[in-house]
Design a protein around this ligand. Structure first.
Ligand code: G6Q
Length: 557
């Protein structure tokens, strides 16, 4: 086990710091304060509690905070060593200490000249080389220079991956659907064969390219789907050698790629310092680039780089990801919020919350700190969300009148990519109405006189429900890149304050190991044998006998 990377950040547990105690005390006064009054008292509240970067506006004035709250939170951030942690990340420190890895997704979108050394190796030439290969491949595929084994143009590209090798490409491709002018894109992730079957049902093998996106090239789901794809191709083309023309690999594992039958010139590499859930900026983004063209893919990187520069160089009090992270800490650790909602008012962002569910919960869903000590304070919240206005007709009731505090990020755009009639005005009117209603609520005295007494309590909205409004001019690759990077850095800052490693994911291992052990037992059961299942609990054993019973013998056991 390698030594924990401590760098120069604070060695103190945040909850033992005097500022933590002061925040606890301060939270008692905040729960009795009233956002509506705070706005009435202070006409400058929006100006004081909002930040901009280019066309990005982050209005955090509708949060349950005062100047003192921010002052204390910023002190907590400084004590946690955010500034040195930030430099450690950008400088290639091995801040993912449980895996002894650097965390350098920022290098993938570094649009600056010059070297970036990881120990004594400049990684920028490697990054640029792969980007150039991706550019050429995108161009040649989209223009028809690269064709299938029978000479047909590629009309459909199927990305096979899961987790970090799927969620980002899916979310970004959906978000940028407006810009898509390449082949049809499909994404297969689930080991449930339904996913493969339904996504390929209408595709022609001679016109289909499979991208096997897997950092390790060993992931059970991805490799199962990749082998099924290879078989599907063979059944269509009756030629195993066609694999080399119809498959591409995005991976760090060259040996496994070659063994699968994909030649070196069809492998796009990346490196162990790219975490799965931060890998869309790497070769893992190839499907995105094929869909929108490489120039637009580069605009995505440009937008992320703008946010990286902002995050790296702005002082903490003017730093958008830092402020968002501090709000997250405030609600989670001092006001008891167990969940946080992300609500994009844009249909193109319908997978945005699902994507950040992984980015946030896999990163900050941790129970031990840097020293392996069990946390005595909460770490990452449950993150969830849905596109507006749909969510309004589903779960907003609970946000308005339920018993829990749920801080919400509302994300919107000034201009629509589909300016049809007054749709966009209505969409954004709803955005504003919701944030205002959540903040103001409706008091008993504001309910009409004609309302029967017994209904009055049901029509009261307590208000004081916090929201952050995140606004951009228009959904473009650049603005999307900026938005994603903003949340990535927010997650990082929270992890530093919680003293956890945001870049490993040991929690997903145990289930994977057990699934591997169950598989041979399942095979034995399906063949009619009676394997010893005594190592399982009675529930698991009974379910196994039911699920894996040989055909026609489902009642056995
Ligand atoms: C993300 C995780 C995880 C990973 C998948 C796929 O940070 O590491 O979601 O991306 O398990 O892994 P492979 O790319 O190796 O197939």
């Amino acid at each position: 086990m390698t030594q924990p990377f401590i760098g120069k950040y604070s060695d103190r547990r945040p909850d033992t710091s005097p500022v933590w105690k002061r925040l606890e005390e301060h939270s008692q006064s905040i729960v009795h304060s009233d956002l509506r009054e705070m706005f009435e008292r202070d006409p400058q509240r929006f100006a004081r509690f909002s930040l901009a970067n280019g066309d990005l506006l982050v209005d955090y004035s509708k949060n349950l905070i005062t100047d003192e709250t921010l002052h204390l939170l910023l002190e907590l951030a400084r004590e946690a060593g955010i500034e040195s942690a930030r430099e450690a990340m950008f400088g290639g420190g091995r801040i993912n200490w449980t895996e002894n890895r650097a965390v350098l997704h920022v290098a993938l979108r570094r649009r600056a000249e010059g070297a970036l050394f990881l120990e004594d190796h400049d990684i920028m030439p490697d990054v640029r080389r792969v980007l150039e290969r991706m550019r050429k491949f995108c161009h040649d595929l989209r223009s028809g220079l690269i064709r299938g084994a029978s000479g047909k143009k590629i009309g459909a590209v199927v990305n096979i991956g899961i987790g970090g090798s799927d969620l980002g490409p899916v979310m970004i491709s959906e978000a940028l659907r407006h810009y898509q002018n390449g082949p049809t894109l499909r994404f297969v992730s689930n080991v449930d064969a339904t996913d493969f079957v339904e996504k390929t049902r209408d595709l022609k093998p001679e016109e289909t390219l499979f991208i096997v996106a897997s950092k390790t090239f060993t992931t059970q789901e991805t490799m199962t789907n990749a082998r099924t794809a290879r078989q599907w191709l063979f059944e269509g083309l009756k030629d195993w050698s066609a694999v080399s023309k119809h498959f591409v690999a995005l991976s760090t594992n060259s040996d496994a790629v070659r063994e699968f039958g994909i030649p070196a010139e069809r492998q796009f590499e990346f490196w162990d310092w790219v975490g799965g859930r931060f890998s869309s900026w790497s070769a893992i983004g190839l499907s995105i680039a094929i869909g929108i063209g490489f120039d637009r893919f580069e605009e995505l990187l440009d937008g992320a780089f703008e946010m990286d520069e902002h995050f790296r160089h702005q002082p903490l009090e003017e730093n958008i990801p830092v402020i968002l992270a501090l709000l997250g800490i405030w609600y989670r650790n001092f006001l008891g919020a167990a969940t946080q909602a992300i609500l994009p008012y844009d249909q193109y962002l319908h997978r945005f919350a699902a994507y950040f569910q992984q980015a946030d919960m896999e990163s900050n869903g941790k129970r031990v700190d840097r020293d392996g000590e069990i946390l005595e304070y909460d770490s990452g919240p449950v993150l969830w969300g849905e596109a507006g206005t749909n969510g309004q007709h589903a779960f907003f009731q609970l946000i308005h009148q339920g018993t829990q505090l749920i801080p919400c990020d509302f994300i919107g755009f000034v201009h629509s990519l589909n300016p049809v009639g007054d749709h966009h005005r209505k969409l954004m009117a709803n955005f504003l109405a919701q944030t205002e209603a959540l903040m103001r609520g409706r008091r008993p005295g504001e309910i009409g006189d004609d309302c029967p007494d017994e209904l009055r309590p049901h029509k009261v909205f307590p208000g004081n429900r916090p929201t952050t409004s995140i606004l951009l001019d228009r959904l473009t690759p650049r603005s999307l890149g900026k938005l994603i990077a903003m949340y990535e850095h927010k997650i990082f800052v929270e992890g530093v304050i919680w003293r956890i490693n945001s870049f490993d994911q040991w929690g997903v291992e145990l289930g994977k190991e057990l699934a591997k052990k169950i598989l041979p037992e399942a095979e034995a059961l399906a063949s009619g044998a009676n394997p010893d299942l005594s190592r399982h609990d009675s529930s698991t054993a009974a379910l196994m006998r039911r699920i894996f019973a040989p055909d026609g013998d489902e009642e056995r056991g």
